[in-house]
Every structure is written in structure tokens, then in C-alpha cells.
Design a protein around this ligand. Structure first.
Ligand code: 13P
Length: 350
């Protein structure tokens, strides 16, 4: 199958380091730029607390990848500054081609996106023309353009269950762990691309079991990009938004959380009295390169947001023909969510 996946070089995690005075100065200047340029900041839960706080304070959005795009699309602002990884900026641009979309750092990649080059993916699809092509949001515009459906982690099971009920066979890309989870949940016939998220694939079942022995009162929350053995331990599996909601809904005083630790900013705010523990990434014989934080997400910071706003650097451009094809796959999911009454937005509904 797709056994020649690209080798992905994982950069070190380099967090922006600021003094309080620098943070205050940058924040004030960004706020002024956002107003002057009719711009809005849209940030993912995995970005720094500084960016999430600023997005909240300025009427922007902190959410998962899909809601970021939907918020950007609905926003009246002429410019979107998308703090996250590149596919998030691209998805925002596909849904809002008339808006200027800037990113703090265009080098902020996603290992899932990198694992799935558009030409190799198209060849794979061509080998299986009988299959409905469903891709995860964490893909390039060109890969989305080749797909029948795009899904996010919050809706993947429901879309595939719907297609399975229609007798469709699925070609799924790029996350093999999420694909495996969806396959087990739905029983659908799924052919899986073999990509993985370099953060989630490092969570270790043994380490989580050991931590749970120390905190038997804890519920285990797992993002479905994690390996099967880790998902098998979960009390709740879900997207970032769904995991944040879980800490407010579940009675447990303690949670072991297997996803990028950037989520702790909003999760702790949602449940201030609860103890949140990072799921271990290094089991026996494992190495910890990323330590539960995406090095590409860490490339976002206040300095780079200001630079992009002041200079117009790092604008996302999508070939219009590619964008027009890609939007069909995204809109299919949005209209499915609308027809089935699924609210993807925010933390208020499932
Ligand atoms: P969510 O849609 O759950 O926020 O996931 C985005 C992502 O990239 C996870 O690695």
C-alpha cells in the first residue's frame, strides 16, 4: 500500500519566551493592529496561553480546527490571523477566499499533512476508484480537493457510519490511528493511509496505566489520533472540544489527558477545581521528542502575530481551482452536521 511515506523531520519545541513587560507591550500593539486592520485572531487550543488569552480578549476564537474555519468564515473582519498549523490557515482560506488569511509562521506544519503528499495520495485514490474518499481536516488543500468528504475528529465516526449504512467502502487518510478507531466504531470497510500525528502516537498505555494506579480516581481522556492501546484505556475519546467538555461533565476530580498539553489552558479554565495530569509519552524504551506538545504549534507566538499584522507576511494563498474542489469535501461535512443536528461549535453541544 502507501509504504513509502515521507520521512518527517521533527523540529525541537521552542516556546516563545517573554518578560511580563514584553508580553504587555506586544499584546497592546497587536490589539491596536487588529482594530486598525479590521482583523480577528483565530487560535487553536494547542497554541500558547498568551495567544489563546489574546484571541478571547479581542473577540476572536479559540477552538478546534473546524470551528476556527467556521468562525473565520462567519466573521465580518477582512483579515483572519490564524494561529495554529498550516492546514488550519488553508481551510480558513478555502472557506473564505475573499478574506486575507495570515499566519504567524508558515513553517508551522502538521505531521499528518506532511505524511500525505497530494501526488502520492492521488495515485492511491486512482488505484481504488470504487471507494469513497474521506480525509481528515489535517491535510493540504490539494488532498482535500481529491476527497469526497473532509471530516474532523468530532464528526468522523458519524460521517463514516452514515456512509457505511449506504453500503460505501471508504478510503481514509491520513491518520491510521484515527482511521482504525473509526473502523472499530463503525464496522465500515476502510482502507487506511498510514500517517500518524507525531504527538499523539507517543502516548504510552503502560505509562498511563502506571499513572492511573497512582490516581485511581482519575478519568482518562484520549484524543483519537492516539494508538489503539491508549484509546482502549479511555473513559472518554473525543476531539479537543469534546475532551474539554468532558472535564465539566464527568464527576471525577482528576483527569489524565492524552492530547497536546496546550489544551490545558482552556481545560483548566473550564474546570478550575479539577486536577489535570498529562498522559505520559515515554514508556519503556521510548524517546520523548515532543513531550506532548506539537513543535509546529509552538512556532506561533505574539512576536510573530505582530510581525504578520505589521508587514502582511505569511499570507495563505490557495490556487482557486484547488480551493473550489476542496470546498466540496468541506461543505459535505458541514451540511451533514447541519442536517443531522450536530453542533460542532464551541463547548455547548455534541
Ligand atoms: P481537533 O479537531 O480535535 O481540535 O484536532 C485537531 C488536531 O490537529 C489534533 O491533533
Amino acid at each position: 500500500m502507501n509504504d513509502t511515506l515521507p520521512v518527517i523531520a521533527i523540529p525541537p519545541v521552542v516556546e516563545e519566551s517573554l518578560t511580563d513587560a514584553e508580553r504587555a507591550d506586544l499584546t497592546a500593539r497587536i490589539k491596536a493592529q487588529l482594530i486598525a486592520q479590521d482583523a480577528v485572531l483565530v487560535a487553536h487550543y494547542y497554541t500558547s496561553a498568551d495567544l489563546q488569552r489574546l484571541a478571547e480578549e479581542t473577540g476572536g476564537c479559540v477552538s478546534d480546527s473546524l470551528e476556527m474555519a467556521r468562525f473565520g468564515h462567519a466573521a465580518k473582519a477582512k483579515t483572519l490571523i490564524v494561529a495554529g498549523v498550516r492546514f488550519m490557515g488553508e481551510t480558513a482560506k478555502i472557506l473564505s477566499p475573499e478574506k486575507r488569511v495570515l499566519m504567524p509562521d508558515l513553517g508551522a506544519e502538521c505531521s499528518l499533512d506532511l505524511s500525505c503528499p497530494a501526488d502520492k495520495f492521488a495515485a492511491f485514490c486512482d488505484q481504488h476508484p470504487e471507494r469513497t474518499v474521506v480525509v481528515y481536516a489535517n491535510t493540504s488543500a490539494a488532498v482535500k480537493a481529491r476527497a469526497d468528504w473532509m471530516v474532523t475528529s468530532s464528526i468522523a465516526v458519524r460521517v463514516v457510519a452514515h456512509l457505511h449504512a449506504q453500503g460505501k467502502k471508504i478510503l481514509w487518510a491520513p491518520d491510521r490511528f484515527l482511521g482504525d478507531y473509526v473502523q472499530r466504531q463503525t464496522g465500515a470497510d476502510m482502507l487506511l493511509w498510514q500517517g500518524a500525528c507525531v504527538i499523539h502516537e507517543r502516548f504510552k498505555a503502560d505509562g498511563i496505566r502506571a499513572l492511573h494506579r497512582q490516581h485511581p480516581e482519575a478519568a482518562i481522556l484520549v484524543h483519537p489520533e492516539s494508538p489503539f492501546e491508549v484509546i482502549a484505556l479511555a473513559d472518554r475519546v473525543g476531539s479537543t472540544t469534546q475532551l474539554i467538555r468532558a472535564v465539566t461533565e464527568m464527576p471525577n476530580p482528576t483527569f489524565i489527558v492524552a492530547t497536546d498539553n496546550g489544551i490545558f489552558y482552556k481545560m483548566q479554565a473550564a474546570a478550575p477545581g479539577k486536577l489535570l495530569l498529562e498522559a505520559p509519552t515515554g514508556g519503556v524504551g521510548a524517546t520523548c521528542v515532543s513531550c506532548a506538545h506539537c513543535p509546529w504549534m509552538a512556532m506561533n507566538g505574539l512576536r510573530k502575530v505582530l510581525h504578520a499584522l505589521e508587514t502582511g507576511a505569511n499570507e495563505i494563498h490557495i490556487d482557486p481551482a484547488t480551493g473550489q474542489r476542496a470546498i466540496h469535501a468541506i461543505n459535505r461535512m458541514l451540511s451533514f452536521a447541519g442536517q443531522t443536528g450536530i453542533t460542532l461549535a464551541g463547548l455547548s453541544a455534541d
